[in-house]
Write a protein that binds this ligand. Sequence first.
Ligand SMILES: [Zn+2]
Length: 195
Amino acid sequence: MLKNLFIKPGNFCVANIYKGQSLKVISTFGNQVVDFWALNSENFNEILSMSHSRSALYKIWFEPNDILVSNHFKPILKVSSDTSQGCHDTLHAACSQGSYKFYGEPAPPSSCDENYNAAMEKIGAKSFATPSPWNLFEHAFVLDDGYLKDKPTTAKPGDYVELEALKNLIIICSACPSKVGSISGFEPQGATLEY
Ligand SMILES: [Zn+2]
């Protein structure tokens, strides 16, 4: 029986996913960037790492059949399918009280950085620094001159990314409340985790 967790903008969810199990992160209404983290549930020091995965795959956007790796350079997640156009940023940090202040934007009640730390507290883990999230459905890319550019998400309602756990994992998803760069296409509307 599949579980469906709806994550309202600014909220988060935590899920235990077992090795071999699949999960889908769904842009329910087509207007939601989801900050995504995965931890080895048997060793919280091993996490999905964007920098290691970029180095392993030699690209900044991941696509079906890619094996994402942890900070130990070990396989941790496989991208099984993706119905969106595949724009899932791997470069931006999670939004935080600091980032809203930096960009001169009003801070929402709860940022993705705070959600990650609340999720870690919920599972009884110590969090020393928030790892770089995989920003699902966030359309950010590198221009020819090396600068970064954000565009509104290209996801359509119901678009999803399906992943297969290659270890026993704890998944943390934060429905990003940020409107900076219109990343969620103006008003974020929430996402669904199905597993
Ligand atoms: Zn955010």
